[in-house]
Design a protein around this ligand. Sequence first.
Ligand code: 6GU
Length: 274
Amino acid sequence: MRLDIISIFPEYFAPLDVSLIGKARERGTLDVRLHQLRDWAHDVHRTVDDTPYGGGPGMVMKPEVWGEAIDTVIDTAIDTGIDTVVGSAGGPAPRLVVPTPSGRPFTQELAQELAGEPWLLFACGRYEGIDSRVMQEYSGRLRVDEVSIGDYVLAGGEVAVLVMVEAVGRLLPGVLGNAQSAVDDSFAPGSMRNLVEGPVFTKPPVWRGHEVPAVLLSGHHGNVARWRRDEAIRRTVRNRPELAAELDPATLDKHDRKLLEELSFRLQPEDVAN
Ligand code: 6GU
């Protein structure tokens, strides 16, 4: 997968040199290219922002600089060896991802979808954001997604892009040492869907008087699986009641229902078609 990132702070992405993502880059699974947005500003101060039309606080990123930057990156398509996506000029084109607190939520589902793309281009806004005509312009030529990583406001998109690149990168074939790790994830599709993961333990069996739950030492795989699911349900009810409310009754057995009852958790009545 090729990843281009345009930012006024490319040094924010130093963490991409280390750990799983760093290894994936060394192996060539990930081709990450960082770009300094100011390289496409033409005045002596390399200005990338201006005051907002209509007034208000803060500054807005100028469309011309972004346009030149994105065009230049798109035009490097020839050296990607990508032939699965086709841009308007007939060549390969990236999917454009614009981090913004007003975007669609970044979820494990979106991470999975992005992991299937051959080429992503992240455009990191700062200040009050990028002039909206930039997204309008490229929507005509590329798939464009404005994406938020949560309901809080960051000073810029850089950290959000680090989050997305790590979430997407670990899903690429061969990036995780253990392929099952991604299958077991909280929020991964499957039987544990909509449940967060329960607690985990390793040796020693007793630490500062705290014992590892006996069932995990029992070697009884069925009981272990049952216990893990119970703990996942307890945690989901306690920490993520809004997720628990979405549990599909068809995915719950008698034991699950009894546990939810003990936790005084009421399942939502099934939506009835009208
Ligand atoms: Cl993607 N960007 C910024 N600046 N703030 C955010 C965000 C993104 N997601 C949540 N807050």
